[in-house]
Design a protein around this ligand. Structure first.
Ligand code: ADP
Ligand code: ASP
Ligand code: MG
Length: 412
């Protein structure tokens, strides 16, 4: 069971979480619980680190931001104990949840679940685990898994203890066709294939961290997204509560062409003008960006008319924009361009569905619908089960709603 920030936002909600856990324990299940920090806490901690120094030691950043989960794990253990349920808290380093040393975005490399399992058997003790954090064994330092990383902690723990299922309790009762806070007509999905969820999460649907979906897919852990706001006592622990199961494609009988729409305003566009159309130029642009660990997403380059000069456009996360621009400017002589055009008020809207593999013309419909709304498309990328459009950020909601209706996703 994993509970996110809003689900543990205060003591009353932590008590509510304890009652959810009690229900499962009373039903005879062995339970490990992963908790996030109280909502807003991690932002506050990140703010303090930045305020102290804009350029700070990433190892200390992790020591600071991991503290939010330390608090909630202890509080939940106490809340459980006061309901008569044996429980103890675990920090990432105590299990340990081993990670690499990429501070602030570490990847889990291994978890030994045997001690947790032993305690389930010997003392029926609920393990309350601080999400988001781990430890790099070589350096002995605390690491964190990137924002939203408690989802990943939960799926990794589930795999390590061979859990039947990983339930992600959050502030919505499942995965919707798009963010229900932006499109009230969004519909809850009963089942979503891992591959689709991977695309939705990586294209901006923050309901699950991308890496958690990857782990679910690789270790075949069924992930169930559900609400923590349902009254704990009203739920039948053996029934099927409202929620969304993330599972393998074969388990989904009726699949639609389009499953969902994701969007992200965390985008920036860089256009490199008048570069030579010859081998090696793209390498001179993307090489230095890769060396700086800057993730490039969409790339558009045209075939030149005269075989001599062309333009190249790409996008990076808005948070990397300044660094990316600086990197390209420093490499100006080597690349050999005339000017850079940039835009930070852009957004990416992505349409996702495994049905796209076998249907033609899905994207064409979107182009027509957006042009009717006068929404200009700056760049397009496609994959087997998704296409993404870069547009002006001001039109994000309009574009998402238009496409949501176009593909028949609105609820009746
Ligand atoms: P938690 O704190 O529980 O981890 P998050 O805020 O990280 O919760 O994720 C839940 C939020 O994800 C929802 O409140 C919702 O606004 C957002 N969200 C974005 N896309 C979707 C989607 N397709 N389905 C459901 N929720 C979504
Ligand atoms: N508290 C961390 C964050 O806000 C991890 C999480 O909530 O999943 O990113
Ligand atoms: Mg989250």
């Amino acid at each position: 069971m994993k509970f996110g920030g809003t689900s543990v936002a205060n003591i009353e909600r932590i008590r509510n979480v304890a009652r959810h856990v009690k229900r499962e324990v009373d039903a005879g299940h062995e339970v490990a619980v992963v908790v996030s920090a109280m909502s807003g806490k991690t932002n506050e901690l990140v703010g303090w680190a930045r305020e102290t120094s804009a350029l700070h030691d990433a190892r200390e950043y992790d020591a600071i931001v991991a503290s939010g989960e330390q608090v909630t794990s202890g509080l939940l253990a106490i809340a459980l104990q006061s309901l008569g349920i044996p429980a103890r808290s675990w920090q990432g380093w105590q299990i340990p949840i081993q990670t690499d040393d990429a501070h602030a975005s570490a990847r889990i490399t291994g978890i030994d679940g045997s001690e947790l399992i032993r305690r389930f058997k010997d003392s029926k003790e609920v393990a309350v685990i601080a999400g988001f954090q781990g430890m790099n064994v070589e350096s002995g330092r605390i690491t964190t898994l990137g924002r939203g990383g408690s989802d990943t902690s939960a799926v990794a723990i589930a795999a390590a203890i061979h859990a039947d299922r990983c339930d992600i309790y959050t502030d919505v009762d499942g995965v919707y066709t798009t963010d229900p806070r932006v499109v009230p007509k969004a519909r809850r999905l009963d089942k979503v294939a891992f591959e689709e969820m991977l695309e939705m999460a990586s294209q901006g649907a923050k309901v699950l961290q991308v890496r958690s979906v990857e782990l679910g897919l690789v270790h075949n852990v069924p992930v169930f997204v559900r609400s923590s706001f349902d009254k704990p006592e009203d739920i039948d622990p053996h029934g099927t509560p409202p929620g969304t199961l993330i599972c393998s494609e074969e388990e989904i009988v009726e699949s639609q062409v389009v499953t969902g729409i994701a969007f992200s305003k965390d985008e920036a566009q860089i256009s490199v003008r008048h570069i030579q159309d010859k081998p090696g130029v793209a390498a001179s642009i993307f090489g230095p960006l890769a060396e700086g660990s800057i993730n490039v997403d969409m790339i558009v380059q045209n075939v030149s008319d005269d075989g001599k000069f062309t333009d190249l456009t790409f996008t990076v996360p808005a948070s990397e924009f300044v660094r990316a621009k600086d990197t390209i400017e420093k490499a100006k002589d080597k690349i050999g361009y005339t000017k850079l055009d940039t835009a930070t008020d852009v957004a990416k809207v992505s349409v996702i569905g495994v049905g796209m593999r076998s249907h033609a013309g899905v994207a064409a419909k979107a182009f027509a619908a957006l042009s009717e709304r006068n929404i200009n498309i700056r760049a397009i990328t496609t994959s087997e089960i998704k296409f993404s459009l870069l547009i002006d950020a001001a039109y994000t909601e309009l574009a998402v709603r238009t496409l949501h209706t176009l593909y028949g996703l609105d609820q009746a």
